[in-house]
Write a protein that binds this ligand. Sequence first.
Ligand SMILES: *[C@@H]1O[C@H](CO)[C@@H](O)[C@H](O)[C@H]1NC(C)=O
Ligand SMILES: *[C@@H]1O[C@H](CO)[C@@H](O)[C@H](O)[C@H]1NC(C)=O
Ligand SMILES: *[C@@H]1O[C@H](CO)[C@@H](O)[C@H](O)[C@H]1NC(C)=O
Ligand SMILES: *[C@@H]1O[C@H](CO)[C@@H](O)[C@H](O)[C@H]1NC(C)=O
Ligand SMILES: *[C@@H]1O[C@H](CO)[C@@H](O)[C@H](O)[C@H]1NC(C)=O
Length: 948
Amino acid sequence: MGSGVLAPLLILSIQILHTLAQTDSNDSAALNAIKSSWNNLPPNWKGADPCGSGWDGITCNGSRVTSIMLGGMLLTGSGLGDITMLTELQTLDLSNNIGLKGTIPSSIGNLKKLSTLILVGCSFSGPIPDSIGSLSRLVYISLNSNSFSGPIPPSIGNLSNLSWLDLSENNLNGTLPVSFQDSPGLDMLLNAKHFHLSKNQLSGVIPAELFSPNMKLIHLILDNNQFTGRIPNSLGSVRTLEAIRLDWNSITGSVPSNFNNLTNINELYLSNNDLSGPVPNLTGMNALDYLDMSNNSFDPSAFPPWLSSIQSLTTLMLENTTLQGQIPVNFFSLPQLQTVALSNNKLNGTLNIGNSYSNSLALNLQNNSITDFQQKAGYSIELMLSGNPICQGNGAAQRYCRPRTNNTLIQPTNNCASISCSANKILSPNCGCSHPYIGTLHFFSYSFSDLQNTTYYRTLAGSLISALKANGVPVDSVNVSNPSIDVYSYLQFRVQIFPSGQDPFNRTAISTIGFLLNRQTFQLQYFGPLFFLEESYCCYAGEKNSSHTGAIAGGSVGGAVLFMLILAGGFYAYSRKRARREEMKNNPFASWNPDQGHGGVPQLKGARWLTFEELRKCANNFSESNCIGCGGYGKVYKGVLPSGQVVAIKRAQQGSMQGALEFKTEIELLSRIHHKNVVNLVGFCYDQGEQMLVYEYISNGTLRESLLGKSGMQLDWMRRLGIALDAARGLTYLHELASPPIIHRDVKSNNILLDDHFNAKVADFGLSKLLSDEDKGYVSTQVKGTLGYMDPEYYMTQQLTDKSDVYSFGVVMLELMTARAPIERGRHIVRVVQDAVNNPKEAFLSHEILDPQIAAGGKLGGLEKFLDLAMRCVQESGADRPTMGEVVREIENIMQLASLKENPEADVTTFISKDSTDMSDQHSYGSKDFDYSIGSLPFNTEHHQKNR
Ligand SMILES: *[C@@H]1O[C@H](CO)[C@@H](O)[C@H](O)[C@H]1NC(C)=O
Ligand SMILES: *[C@@H]1O[C@H](CO)[C@@H](O)[C@H](O)[C@H]1NC(C)=O
Ligand SMILES: *[C@@H]1O[C@H](CO)[C@@H](O)[C@H](O)[C@H]1NC(C)=O
Ligand SMILES: *[C@@H]1O[C@H](CO)[C@@H](O)[C@H](O)[C@H]1NC(C)=O
Ligand SMILES: *[C@@H]1O[C@H](CO)[C@@H](O)[C@H](O)[C@H]1NC(C)=O
């Protein structure tokens, strides 16, 4: 009888359980099995009801799990586990979990509803199972950057809905499968827009059957494989194509003539193959912006005339392709040109770039047979002619004859002075401190090559912000920086995505960001398809960190033991703290672990911590041959960092070192200084009893050397004006815009450095001087400065003001006009010039004491005004001198006047108009609190957008 009552009760309670638990029991069991086989799953994966209790990364429809998005969760584990039991699953994104390895089971074929599969940046290996071809709803497959091996399964050809197939950066081998009788192949993918199969070991010919006119392919990315044979004619029939990459293979034969029918192509990479026959005529590709056909075996031919009609061309790479004869002058008038690389050809005659070329052009003609250059006297492009007859003998010192130097790109900076973020936080472009999600965007193709052009950064950051916001990610700002193009022509940008509202991001935001970037549903102007690889994220909002949970687990230990532990722990903590305080005094950087994070020390903006060992290596054991400045107080060495960046290392000698805290203060200050006319601090070393400052290396030495004719650089009048303007801008930045303001104290022509393009940068400034240099006149008492440049008012009163720098700058201006040292034969340059001006002024202007170099050059527009300005700078009383900001504006005016008189094509004209807008930009921000980085790239994208 009793059992008769119990039975209905049992049934009732089972029913209640069922209605409470939303999740299908099989799905729940599958997820719980995953939970027990993988590590680091989100902490809210608890209980038996993933859908009802909102497990992070899981989305359900009713009781069924439809989406798993666990990108960037630091998961570790092997294989896909029981995920393949989730038969209603539509989206699976496990990208950027480098700890996920093992093979993909063929049971993946159970996921019949799957439309999106993203496993970018994990460590999966083994073959891609054939059963993937039965997932007929698949639209998007990205298995990029794993270790998959074996062939591309022909069954993928059955995926008639597939739009995106990315298998790049794996170890796949074998041929490209095409359909044959009953066997499917990639040619059947008529809805596919993207084939990304680069960086594998695929081989054989590219099958002609693969392509047909009814395909919708827009990106065909097959570079860096082992393909052989000819480019099939059929490829020319896929009229939708916008980017083709066949570079770095072993493709032979000539380019099919019907390639010319591909009128939508923007980017074409055929370089590093063994193509032969004539250089193809691609007149029809009139939307082409990036063309690379270098390192092939084309027939010797003239520079292809049709190139001069491709108005959209930004980048032309035809290195080592036996081009001969002259480059037609009209080619250089293409308005968008940025990079033209034609090294290692047989181009000859006189180079003529005409007078309507794009100013951002970098032209590499190294190792050709060019004998002369028409625009020698005034041109404003980056030009490399070393290895040509023109650079033999007399002309060898010309700037275009120097071998290529790598452009060093300025590190990201923020326009927020005097904010320093606490450990692990990073300053955002909007001047907040938070934990950004950091990673690298890798682009398969892109329409430009000028990495200094800020438009691309702004556009990219802006598009990312809108895409993220549109998808509900609480994003404050996005910083894109450190662009580089690697040897395989892949463009990379470092990206930092800063959270808004909550900090750090929660897990949902992190996985959504990863999904959006690797699923790439948004369009980017200038940029082709991409993939995103993250650096691991520090932490997720709303979660206690793991050490904390460890302490709670310890709570179950017996009372007495616990007490002992607390005592011991307390004592340990106390002694540790004392040791830390002691350590802090000896080494204020002790708590900054250089190995942690991303190579930078968080408190320093842009500057890096370098070890003694690193610097010793890069400066060739501090050998004499690397010493570029050896004074009594320390030495300056030239070195090359592993990144290839050339640096100047200032090494303090024993006895001239600062206290540890002063040194720390100094580098914190210096690291905040970012201006194109101020030498940039790259890093520092505080290690093994050494103090070193590492600066960017400026290629052409000091202004003093150039004035003495030691550097081989011709300083004509316009260039001198440009140098004065640059240096004045650098000083204005230090006086008016740096925070706290900095008085240089030692402005002189030996502290103004020149680069290859005659840009001037102010060097050697700081609160306290780490080193002196070789100048004998250095006064090392209370008053700091160099004899001849020193403000007499400061010398008398010991009251330092920014007008002291103005005085010294006035002396430099006089040097620029006369090329005389400030003190010659016991007479001070200010007196010499004053006398010359007073009786009569015309004597000076009639060139008597002018530097013969410029006096011979004829027109010296603005000379009189420049002289007046210099004389006002060297007034006895600081109050009578202009400020550096005023000096900048006057030199700008003088240059405008002078350039009107001069040949309007002179270098400097463009220089002014370009840069004076920079300056006005700068003033429109109008606050001293910004740490400007004018010459650098505008990483504060948000800020720029607001100002436009
Ligand atoms: C592909 O690589 C595997 C080893 O991973 C090898 O056994 C196989 O022979 C290769 N196939 C081709 C076609 O090269
Ligand atoms: C494509 O190019 C070939 C060879 O240049 C030409 O004969 C053919 O007419 C072109 N096809 C179309 C559709 O324009
Ligand atoms: C290139 O092809 C176009 C048409 O396809 C033709 O008009 C032009 O003459 C060709 N140029 C050369 C140099 O062969
Ligand atoms: C020039 O191109 C050929 C292929 O045509 C290649 O083998 C060779 O390495 C290239 N030379 C240079 C210096 O790049
Ligand atoms: C340049 O090279 C071409 C082809 O090799 C030759 O015909 C021509 O005479 C050369 N011109 C000069 C100025 O050397």
